[in-house]
Structures are given as C-alpha cells and as structure tokens.
Design a protein around this ligand. Sequence first.
Ligand SMILES: [Zn+2]
Length: 326
Amino acid sequence: MLEQKIFRRFPDTSTETLPQLSLSLYAQQKKMWPLFSEGVKALDGIRTKVVECDTFSVRLQYNPKRIVSSGANIDAASIKARKCFLSLENLPSEQLGVLYQETFLVLCNPAPIFPGHFTISHIEHIPQSAEEYIIIFLDLAKDFSATHTIFYNGPKCGASAPDHMHFQASPKNAVPIEYEAALESRKVFQRSLGEVQMFTLRELGRAVIVLEGKKKQDMEFSFLRLTGAMRSVMNVIEEPMMNVLCSYGDDQWRMIVFPRTKHRPDVYFKEGDEKVVISPAAVDIGGLIVTPVEKDFLHVDENMVRQIFQEVSISNDMLMHIVQKM
Ligand SMILES: [Zn+2]
C-alpha cells in the first residue's frame, strides 16, 4: 500500500530539498487530482479582511471549503464511526506524498487555507501527540525552513483527525503570530532552560509561550518541560490542549505554543443567526481566522475576536503559573 503512495522520498540520494520535492508534488497533484486542483482554484475566490483589536490585529478569511474542517463532528463516537481520511487505505487513488524519514507522508491538503498547504501524516493510524513526535516536529521545521512553518493541533483543539498523527505546513509568515513573535517590542523574557530562551508575548489577547534555541536536544527538553508544567497546572493526565507552530531561521528554532482550555467557543454551539462557525486551531489562534460562513465573515468584530480568544485560551494567571512551574 505505502509503495503505491510514494511520489518521492526525503532524504534520498538526490540533492533536492524537501521544499523542492514538495513543490514538484504540488504541481503533479494539481494536474492529476481533480478534487485538489478544484481546492487550489477556490483559493482565488477567498476574501480576507483585517480586524483591528486595539493592541493587536487579526485577519479574517472567508473560505467556504473549510466548512468540512470547521464544521466537522469530532466527538469520540463520530470519529470512531468514520473512515479515517489520513489512513493510507482511504487516501483518494490520485493522492501521493513525499515520504519523510520513512515514517510520515507529506500530502497536499485538498481544502487549503493557503497555496502550498501540506498535511504531514504518519504512515500508520496512531493517535495525535506532539510530545511523542517532538524530534520529527523539529526536523520537519528545519528541513522545510526555506519556505514553510510546521504546525500542530492537539487532538482536542483543532485536529480534524484526532486519532491519526499529523502535522501541517503553511507558507512562512502566512500566520500573523509568526511576525508578532519576532518583534522585540512584544517579547517578555521569562527564563532560560539550558540554551533555550523562553518568552511570553504582551498584549495579544491570548496566552502564548515562545521557545527559541539553537540545539535540537535543548529544544526537545524544554518543550517536554513545558508540557509537563502545563499538565500539572492545567490538571490533566493526557497531553495538555495546545496548538503549536514551529519554524527555523537564523540558525535557531522558534516554537510558538498556545495552551488551550477548550476547542470551540460558546457561540459555535448557538442556533440560527447567533451561531458563529469559528473553530479555532493553530492558524486561527495564530491570527488568521477562517470563517467558512459568509455571515460570520461580514459580522465578526473586535469584541467577538477578543471574546473567542479569551474563552479558548488559558488565563494569564495560569500562564504565569506554568512559567514558574518550569
Ligand atoms: Zn488514520
């Protein structure tokens, strides 16, 4: 099964980089896979607008194709009943991928938020976990660094396949938080862990922790220390709810972690006109909010954005408690 799905391998004997191989895959899939080519064409029609929220701003994206993901039933029973769309045997026959480190397939996302939106899916059907795959997460960020940032959605806060381990890749700086996290004026230094520096970001309306470091082992250790502290403060046994973006540039990794209290805000569950279909995952909490319903795109304002961010993020007190725990 796997052999039939491999477009190319990385690394292999050729000198092509992961972005180059993924770009060739993208071109091939646009030609050979009609559903995907339709998804890419639909990107031409999406609309965006900026919502100013006093101390920060976000972008809204009207993208009707994303209703599949934003509106997905992700309760345990629905997940169990459906065929997993990331498992090899269920991939569309036209879909191929770049095999990464013999364990993950870089796949084109048929309902993209941006051009060059990849899903990087484990070749086996195993549960979503950033802690387990932290080394691959860091490796992917480095190998994709010329063009892409890698992100992760926890199984209970944005992953539409919570039962199948996967990352995603977005074009570098397509998510506003990437730019914010690089601004000295936003950063508040909290502490060092080995050679990793840890920051919070000021006045962004949601809780954010940033880890920066040049050594892979130190990044791994710091991330696991962080999730350990989160587990203790957030009082959970399983992996704490989080969205994470990881990029590599100027010889260092940067991980942006959003600890979460819940997936969907209360307005998501309202009826009729009061319902707002915003289902925040890494991209949305990162400041590019996808609205698959036009009414929401037109009406969501500063107050709604602030309210949603506050509702799905941990409090500032809890954030500082996590920092101290480390
Ligand atoms: Zn699966």
